[in-house]
Design a protein around this ligand. Structure first.
Ligand SMILES: [Fe+2]
Length: 189
C-alpha cells in the first residue's frame, strides 16, 4: 500500500466531501468527452449497489474513490492515497482503506486474471505503469491477506465498468445522507 504523507489535504466533515463531489460534476473525466468525474463515481456506486446492496460503506467508497483526481498529476500515481488521507478522519478506516486499495486492486487483477487487462480503459492501461505495473509474487500474497479483499476487488471491477458516457444512474442526492450517516457513526465512536 502507498504511504500517507502528513501534509496532505483533509476534509473536516461530510458537507465538505459532498461539496467537493458536486464540484466533480463540473470536471470532465479523462475517460471520455461529456463525462464528468462525478458521473464516473456515480456509475461506480450504482454498480456496487447491485453487487453489494447491504454494503453502504463500499458504495460510498465507490462513489468517492477518485475524488483526489484533481489534486494529482499525470498518471495519477498518488490519487488513491491522497483520497484516503482526505476522508479517513471523517468516514473512517474502512472507507479510506477501500479508496487506498483501488490502485493496488488494479495491479492485483491485472496480475492474477489474464483477461483483465483487456477490460481496462486506455487511460487505465496508461496509468498502470506509473502506478507500479503488475504485482510480483510477494505483492500478490500480501494483497490476498487483506481482510476486505472481496470488497476491494468488487470496487475495482465496478470502477472499470463505470466509464459509460451518457448512462443514467442515481444522482448524488441519493448518497448524501449515507455520507452523513457514515461520518456521524465515525465521529461518534
Ligand atoms: Fe475510477
Amino acid at each position: 500500500m502507498p504511504t500517507e504523507t502528513p501534509t496532505a489535504r483533509r476534509f473536516r466533515d461530510a458537507e465538505e466531501i459532498i461539496e467537493h463531489l458536486r464540484g466533480l460534476g463540473e470536471l470532465g473525466s479523462v475517460e471520455a468527452n461529456g463525462f464528468s468525474e462525478l458521473d464516473h463515481g456515480l456509475q461506480t456506486a450504482a454498480i456496487l449497489r447491485e453487487v453489494a446492496p447491504g454494503d453502504v460503506e463500499l458504495q460510498i467508497a465507490g462513489l468517492i474513490h477518485d475524488l483526489a483526481h484533481p489534486w494529482d498529476g499525470p498518471g495519477q500515481p498518488r490519487h488513491a492515497s491522497m483520497g484516503a488521507i482526505a476522508v479517513r478522519g471523517v468516514l473512517g478506516d474502512r472507507v479510506a482503506d477501500l479508496i487506498l486499495s483501488h490502485v493496488p486492486a488494479k495491479r492485483y487483477l491485472v496480475t492474477i486474471r489474464e483477461e483483465y487487462a483487456s477490460i481496462l480503459s486506455p487511460d487505465s492501461v496508461m496509468t498502470l505503469a506509473a502506478q507500479g505495473g503488475p504485482m510480483n509474487t510477494e505483492e500478490v500474497a500480501a494483497f490476498e491477506e487483506s481482510v476486505d479483499l472481496q470488497a476491494m476487488v468488487d470496487l475495482r471491477i465496478a470502477d472499470d465498468g463505470a466509464k459509460v458516457p451518457g448512462k443514467i444512474v442515481a444522482p448524488l442526492s441519493t448518497y448524501e445522507d449515507a455520507i452523513r450517516q457514515i461520518a456521524s457513526r465515525h465521529t461518534a465512536s
